[in-house]
Design a protein around this ligand. Structure first.
Ligand code: HEM
Length: 538
């Protein structure tokens, strides 16, 4: 399967060769020529100068010089694992995706990550966590590139470079290296109040998970499922950890950062090695695909919104089990390339403007990070479905394509077996009607409510969770150098809740301001409260 990897001489190349370890009966250079010594440079006498003609020295050092590839521009630090996804078949009425029909097992690779820190940063910082899953389905690769927080900071991908510039370390001092406690971050999220909801989740216990194994995952955007009859349903994807949702408390997180900065990655690998395979139930919230794409007044195209589970319960559709550690971090965890545009028949996108930008960004960044357009041929990225594309050549091409006519129609390679249409199991975009509209650079008015969802989250918290949130805001804001940013943050908090605002104001030794908009009249959503901070015992 995958691109042709047989060399012109018929020998296995690429993945098979790469599996050879240095423990064989002899070492070779990269060309397969046996070496008799790889510990000494070629010299003019034992105490003489090293010779330029030492091609083995040059090959060895040249390769070493280029061992590092650029880290991901975001989500640079991560840990991955292989596993299997077994579907229950309960989504078969809403999607024709083969891997979601009854009792199908699909191999997966999952990568968890922090967002802002560099590759060498610590695991237990306060941050959002990535939760990206690659399903190697019989119909091609499906990637669900989600987070452990169900909302995002911004509503339009054109703001992504801005929010990341604000979140990354200050350009002058490169401080802080991994955490959100700094002026540019707080400057951004207090000037862009659509970030209020995501920031509140970050300041809650969700920002410091106990383990990757105890995190929920969310697809964030609303997706569109299509069934065999062509009927569509809007959905939000959820991962629910079998161990429950558990967090650290802030003091623990700080100590662990020093004592064991690899805490989460170690925990994942150790658990899998010990046979304590982490599991998540996969679920969907479903909504009718109405022309306005809202549900109970909630705009489903606004990625700063959740839909409370009390209004739309999460329906279980399958089980994910992680059961194998990577054998080579670089080959698998570092080179894996997720993309929200890796879709299979039965799963389609919506017009969420954040999702639209992501559909461009992942492929684009991977051309740089993985040095050219052929990264789908890297073993971890290879589909398990047969590939028969007309993509050719380029940096790091490892396939030896047969045939002479990579175009269609052609009269030389059998014409190219291709008939359009869904009956051959092809991915066909849902024919969604695009309303007649004028070209504008504007957000819809429904994107303007920035406080009612954060207020619902706050009202759903237990007393101890509220105490932690107040502590987190107080700690983080106290680290800002600019007093004006602290004051502006309190104005934002006043629009969420007076108790929250007063608590943080007291923590900062500042007066609590009055709200500038009427407090939203919303009901709590008990499902949002995670409560547990102890390690599960089962
Ligand atoms: C990487 C999630 C928004 C650009 C990632 C990763 C995750 C993720 C989980 C790490 C993938 C891995 O483990 O390799 C999300 C979520 C978003 C979001 C849930 C919002 C709902 C965006 C937006 C953009 C973007 C709006 C750009 C417009 C990127 C880039 C990478 C990345 C460039 C690095 C990819 C790579 O180097 O392979 N994102 N992201 N993300 N994201 Fe996003």
């Amino acid at each position: 399967t995958g691109p042709d990897t047989v060399s012109p001489t018929g020998q296995p190349t690429g993945a098979d060769q790469a599996r050879m370890a240095q423990s064989g009966s002899y070492l070779t250079n990269a060309q397969g020529t046996r070496l008799y010594d790889t510990d000494h440079s070629l010299k003019a006498g034992p105490r003489g100068p090293v010779l330029l003609q030492d091609h083995h020295l040059r090959e060895k050092v040249m390769h070493f010089d280029h061992e590092r590839i650029p880290e991901r521009v975001v989500h640079a630090r991560g840990a991955g694992a292989h596993g299997v996804f077994r579907s229950y078949g309960t989504a078969a009425n809403v999607t024709k995706a083969a891997f979601l029909s009854e009792d199908v097992e699909t191999p997966v690779f999952v990568r968890f990550s922090t967002v802002l820190g560099s590759r060498g940063s610590a695991d237990t910082v306060r941050d959002t966590r990535g939760f990206a899953t690659k399903f190697y389905t019989s119909e091609g690769v499906f990637d669900l590139v989600g987070n452990n927080i169900p909302v995002f900071f911004i509503q339009d991908a054109i703001k992504f470079p801005d929010v990341i510039h604000a979140g990354k370390p200050h350009p002058d001092r490169e401080i802080p290296q991994a955490q959100s406690a700094h002026d540019t971050f707080w400057d951004f999220v207090t000037l862009h109040t659509e970030a209020t909801h995501h920031t509140l989740w970050n300041m809650s216990d969700r920002g410091i998970p106990r383990s990757y194994r105890t995190m929920e995952g969310f697809g964030v955007h609303t997706f569109r499922l299509v069934n065999a009859a062509g009927e569509t349903t809007l959905v939000k994807f959820h991962w629910k950890p079998k161990l429950g949702v558990h967090s650290l408390v802030w003091e623990e997180a700080q100590i662990i950062n020093g004592v064991d900065p690899d805490f989460h990655r170690r925990d994942l690998a150790d658990a899998i090695e010990a046979g304590a395979y982490p599991q998540w139930e996969f679920g969907i919230q479903t909504f009718p695909d109405t022309p306005d794409q809202t549900f109970e007044g909630i705009d489903l195209l606004d990625p700063t919104n959740i839909v409370p589970e009390e209004l739309a319960p999460v329906q279980p559709i399958g089980l994910l089990t992680l059961n194998r550690n990577p054998s080579n971090f670089f080959a698998e965890t570092e080179q894996v390339a997720f993309h929200v545009g890796h879709l299979v028949p039965g799963i389609d996108i919506t017009d969420d403007p954040l999702l639209a930008g992501r559909l461009f960004s992942y492929l684009d960044t991977q051309i740089t990070r993985l040095a050219g357009p052929n990264f789908p041929q890297i073993p971890i990225n290879r589909p398990h479905a047969p590939v028969n594309d007309m993509l050719r050549d380029g940096f790091h091409q490892t396939a030896v394509h047969r045939g002479v006519a990579p175009y269609r129609p052609n009269s030389l390679d059998g014409g190219c077996p291709f008939t359009a249409g869904a009956d051959m199991g092809a991915y066909v975009e849902t024919p969604v009607r695009v309303p007649e509209a004028t070209k504008v650079r504007e957000a819809p008015e429904s994107f303007n409510d920035h406080f009612s969802q954060p207020r619902r989250f706050w009202l759903s918290m237990s007393p101890v969770e509220r105490e932690h949130i107040i502590g987190a805001y107080s700690f983080e804001l106290a680290k800002c150098y600019e007093q004006a940013i602290r004051e502006r943050a309190l104005l934002v908090l006043a629009n969420i809740d007076p108790e929250l605002c007063a608590g943080v104001a007291a923590g900062l030794g500042l007066p609590a301001p009055e709200p500038t908009v009427p407090l939203a009249d919303v009901e709590p959503s008990p499902a949002l409260s995670q409560v547990g901070h102890t390690w599960p015992t089962d």
